[in-house]
Design a protein around this ligand. Sequence first.
Ligand code: NAD
Ligand code: MG
Length: 299
Amino acid sequence: MSPEERLRTQDPREQYPKPPFPAQPQPAPGLAAKMHPQPDHGEESYRGAGKLVGRKALITGADSGIGRAAAIAYAREGADVAIGYLPSEESDAREVIALIEAEGRKAVALPGDIKDEAFCRELVAKAVEGLGGLDILVNNAGKQVSRPDIAAIDSEQFDHTLKTNLYALFWITQAAKPHLKPGAAVINTASIQAYEPSDTLLDYATTKAGIVAFTKALAKQLIKQGVRANAVAPGPFWTALQPSGGQTQEKVQHFGEQSQFGRPGQPVEIAPIYVLLASQEASFITGEVYGVTGGAGIA
Ligand code: NAD
Ligand code: MG
């Protein structure tokens, strides 16, 4: 889809694919390249407007999904981008790196597991070294495993969900803080699950509520150094997180059907919020949570 096609006035309910989708199980963390239909991360459809010229951004989980859409948008807006991802996602990550470099921007590839504190600190250090500083931190990597009952969540899953979604947020942000100068921005990916937790996502929803509280407290600290921090709370988005264990295959086949749009969001449809919150256009915006839920709203 061209930028003209994406941005022309039209019924947004009809703009992107609707369920039913094919069942498409894949092992976690999943690859965007294996999804049917292919998600729109803005590869063809996002056009920049110079909103982040010269900025240096680190985005975790930027190989696929929402993070990939933010990475493409940031590069098109003029930023250099370091991307975090798991080593098994190298093929997805290579596509993102090629797209960033196609804009004439610098891409820094940072594979590794953020459940590990030492890696989190190394991730920030390597991003700062590779980019020559850090203006934008997007904590977006996340783990989601659907389980029908608390009895089915073992301690390992609980630990991995909290390590990935909360501990890493803490370690990475703590390491990044000394590098953030006035005008810098932190953006954390929360979820509608923070407000309307599903019975099948008990551990995940707990972390997402934690991310909201973390972001609000962090915002109060960081504004004292002229740095803003906000969260984004997505509703259903068509990403590899869902078919790779984030939902049952039955739910994947009907993913997004319950939204007011009758379809899931595509990652490019949330990228403009990540651009706004990173840019100086958001100069009076901090400690906020932006819902992009497909009409459900957040309270
Ligand atoms: P995604 O699978 O495309 O992206 C998540 C990324 O997290 C993966 O690509 C992977 O690189 C990274 N990741 C996971 N575990 C990691 C680890 N241990 N070490 C390093 N990286 C790791 O899916 P997405 O939906 O784009 O997810 C991005 C964020 O959006 C997540 O925080 C997710 O919770 C949140 N979210 C997604 C939805 C949705 O419907 N897709 C809804 C609400 C919130
Ligand atoms: Mg991925």
